[in-house]
Design a protein around this ligand. Sequence first.
Ligand code: 5GP
Ligand code: MN
Length: 318
Amino acid sequence: MSDLLHRQIAEMLHSAKHILAVAHIRPDGDAVGSLLGLGLSLRAAGQKVDMLLADGVPAPFRHLPGSEQVITRPCAEYDVVVVLDSSDLQRTGGVLGERQPDLNIDHHATNLRFARVNLVDPQAVATCAILAQNLPRWGFPVSGEVASALLTGILTDTIGFRTSNMSPEVLRLAADLMEAGANLPELYRAGLVQKSFEAARYWGFGLERLQREDGLIWTTLLLADRQAAAYNGNDDADLINFLSSTDGDVIVLFNEQKGGKVKVSWRARPGLDISTLALRFGGGGHPAAAGAEISGTIEEVRERVLSETRAFLAAHRH
Ligand code: 5GP
Ligand code: MN
């Protein structure tokens, strides 16, 4: 990344009067962590910042300082809008309307570079890692609270330092965040290990329906399952990350959503790149982990996606 780009970003963030920071719907640890990490750091430097998640902060991340200040709709005129961890604008949940964002900070190779200034680093393990590296360079402080938020996103996007993109640099970055005050075991437990009773029951429905055909493994979570399990979120409670440890080449989870849509998550064994497949369905992601939100009934979407995923696997089988 060029020095010019970093000077431009530092200047934009220091001279802003009122900043809106936004991350994506069905927020994961990297969405919440990058939002709070950036927001709290800029605030500590005296900037006025609103932090927004259209779906609010999910229960597993409500222990993070600042999470109670996250809003779900814009509530002012902003001169600088920053979008985090989102490869396209639909991911914000449509909260920006026609407004073009000023800054796009992300690590997805499928990023559409929709902002005036785009800092997209597909080598980074998390958007939080980009911020941990660059906030000090831009002249913003990394307090214990900021470090806790940023380490959360690094932990969840690497599923506890075990994805294939891990490097010594990431461990050093995590060590720096621990030195700045982040409690690694506690953040690890809260963000990755701890599951509510309701989430465990919800998983049960998905596990019960697990299917396999050659190297393809898939399952479905229905709206009725959420209700039966009294699960409050609109996500899969990370079931896909558990399923990614099964022995399939590609694992797919269909998660029925309100409004006639289905959230699809793909996971692929190392060596396959399913982000291109997700992109074809209007989504995006990383080579090994990608997703899309697709309109249609659960049956329709499952048929279309399974048929394209079978074709993808057939084309990549050696
Ligand atoms: P997950 O399947 O856990 O929701 O997401 C896997 C990866 O794909 C994450 O990096 C996530 O940001 C991305 N992703 C998930 N759903 C969508 C989507 O609907 N659109 C785009 N552009 N990316 C998605
Ligand atoms: Mn991320």
